[in-house]
Write a protein that binds this ligand. Structure first.
Ligand SMILES: [Cu+2]
Length: 178
């Protein structure tokens, strides 16, 4: 019985270690009309303001608009900001430079955190990427990292091995006494 549990846990571990190796590529559209300040709220209905990714994932932005845009980390000017007087505040973490219509640009996130970005040409654009530890979403608010799963699995394997050793010793003791 304990052998079956051990095999099960080992298989589970292998599956999870494989899935951490394959980082994903996430595609985000720079929507058509993004150069129009008046469309900001409307466009956010179909391009979410925030995207959750995992460490190691690559995000590719594709410019589906008719003018050039940038994907620049930092703060925009806010909904009520005036692009004539206010400017975006890049923080230097990433900057695509101008992405022409139809072109794409990618960035691989190697550290976890919350990263806001804007467009230096259209600074009312304010979106973000949340980089999470690789893991599994248990619910909307709970996320278990692979590190936690691995720790639990190692503890369970240790218990399984200890149980198997005790059982084997018991059997030997029974044989020698009987
Ligand atoms: Cu833009």
């Amino acid at each position: 019985m304990s052998q079956i549990i051990l095999i099960g846990i080992s298989a589970w571990l292998v599956v999870f270690s494989i899935s951490t190796v394959y980082a994903e590529e996430i595609f985000i559209s720079i929507p058509q009309g993004d150069h129009t300040q008046q469309l900001k709220t409307v466009l956010e209905w179909y391009v979410p303001i925030n995207h959750d990714v995992e460490i190691g994932d690559t995000v590719t932005w594709k410019n589906d608009d008719i003018t050039g845009h940038t994907v620049t980390s930092g703060k925009g000017i806010g909904f009520l900001g005036d692009p004539k007087t206010d400017k975006a505040q890049p923080d230097g973490y990433f900057d695509s430079g101008i992405i022409l219509p139809g072109k794409s640009w990618s960035f691989t996130f190697k550290e976890k955190g919350f990263f806001e970005y804007t467009c230096t040409i259209h600074p009312w654009v304010e979106r973000s990427i949340t980089v999470l530890e690789p893991g599994i979403d248990v619910s909307k608010n709970i996320r278990i990292s692979y590190a936690t799963i691995t720790t639990i699995a190692i503890i369970m394997i240790s218990i399984g091995i200890a149980y198997a050793i005790v059982k084997t010793r018991q059997k030997r003791a029974e044989k020698s006494s009987g």
